[in-house]
Design a binder for this molecule. Structure first.
Ligand code: CTP
Ligand code: MN
Ligand code: MN
Ligand code: MN
Length: 362
């Protein structure tokens, strides 16, 4: 988000003036305003209000109509007093003073460049750096008393590569590279695009893939071999591989926001046209390799959005007495795991109509 999100979107076709910030697909300014507020809470380690603003964004984005007065939001879920205050301000004044204040706030600006999306949310360290008066990357890099962990070093080192959004076209060209590398090492393996691009997003922060083998157990050597292959092709700029710690006996998992234990790697690959390294710019890539009988759960979990996953899991828990995560679906009443080989199977177990990935952009 840049300062431009502070401008009110006008809808001239309906002849409504500056206070009409809505569009058919959602409340543009409202959404962006809430994201700024959510981030600011995130930077202050306040998860509750941060989630509340993100949830409000999802609700507003999902509306098929435009919000033109506060009364219209009366019966909507997940909109608390703080969000309504912002909506009212924007409707009345065409802007949110709270948001504009934040956008020009030194702390917010510093965290935005030093922590967010670059160093993957090391808010505690961000706090330390800020208190020491450090305000930029170079401030931090030139302060030799600061110890950066490996992830942070990578974030700083590759900042230029990973800070520019990846386009859908770039994701497609990467897909054929990953396809090629995977099939080169294991011809029978499958590659699925997941994450935001699977939901049809035009831009993303990274590209996510799930790879697996038809033969249970063969997936264990898949990622290490793919990584070697990408290295040989010379496009691997960074690799952080985590072997699988997945064990069916540890399930069901009651940790609410837990991710998963499958083998995965976070990569920075240089494949897109750009300004770096003789014209090849890098981008962040996530590869996950679940065993094939866990594939559908992994695909559902990694397709997102994060908010959609949160809601689906709480629906499973509250309405169905089931525990859903990236590994499995567990029925607490029957005390059994439910099998699924496709995402459709999982929706069916939950008694829900199937939702296409593009419908999961909550
Ligand atoms: N996810 C996960 N375990 C991880 C990382 C991510 O289950 N260790 C899931 C998240 O819940 C999310 C999905 O994978 O729903 C994709 O994550 P991410 O790439 O961060 O988000 P996108 O929706 O793809 O959006 P973008 O990358 O553009 O920010
Ligand atoms: Mn992604
Ligand atoms: Mn992301
Ligand atoms: Mn990802």
């Amino acid at each position: 988000c840049s300062m431009s999100c502070c401008k009110v979107t006008e809808k001239s076709d309906e002849g409504v003036g500056g206070s009409d910030f809505c569009s058919l697909s959602g409340v543009l300014y409202g959404s962006d305003a809430f994201e700024v507020l959510a981030e600011s809470y995130e930077f202050n380690n306040m998860e509750g209000p941060c989630l509340a603003f993100r949830r409000a964004t999802s609700v507003l984005k999902s509306l098929p109509w435009a919000v033109r007065c506060l009364g219209a939001t009366q019966d909507l879920p997940c909109l608390g007093q703080p969000t309504k205050k912002v909506i009212e301000e924007v409707l009345q004044c065409g802007r949110s003073f709270e948001v504009e204040e934040l956008l020009s706030d030194e702390r917010y600006q510093t965290f935005k460049v030093t922590v967010h999306k670059c160093v993957w949310g090391w808010t505690k360290d961000g706090e330390k750096w800020f208190c020491r008066g450090l305000r930029s990357f170079s401030d931090i890099l030139t302060d030799h008393s600061i110890h950066l962990n490996r992830m942070q070093q990578t974030g700083f080192l590759h900042h230029g590569d990973i800070s520019r959004a990846v386009s859908a076209a770039e994701a497609r060209s990467l897909r054929s590279i990953i396809d090629g590398a995977v099939h080169c090492v294991t011809p029978a393996a499958t590659v699925a695009l997941t994450g935001g691009f699977h939901r049809g997003k035009e831009f993303g922060h990274d590209v996510d893939f799930i790879v697996t083998t038809p033969e249970l157990g063969e997936e264990e050597s898949l990622l290490p071999n793919v990584i070697d292959e990408l290295k040989e092709q010379g496009i691997l700029l960074y690799c952080n591989y985590q072997a699988s710690t997945f064990d069916m006996r540890k399930l069901p998992n009651h940790h609410f926001e837990a991710m998963d234990d499958f083998a995965k790697c976070f990569l920075i690959c240089g494949w897109r046209a750009g300004r770096w390294r003789g014209g090849l710019e890098g981008g962040a890539v996530d590869l996950v390799s679940p065993p094939v009988d866990r594939y559908a759960f992994a695909l559902l979990g990694w397709t997102g959005s994060r908010q959609f996953e949160r809601d689906l899991r709480s629906f499973a828990r509250v309405e169905r007495g089931m525990i859903l995560d990236n590994h499995a679906l567990y029925d607490k009443k029957k005390k059994e795991f439910l099998a699924a080989s496709t995402e459709k199977d999982i929706f069916a177990h939950l008694g829900l109509e199937y939702m296409e990935p593009w419908q999961r952009n909550a």
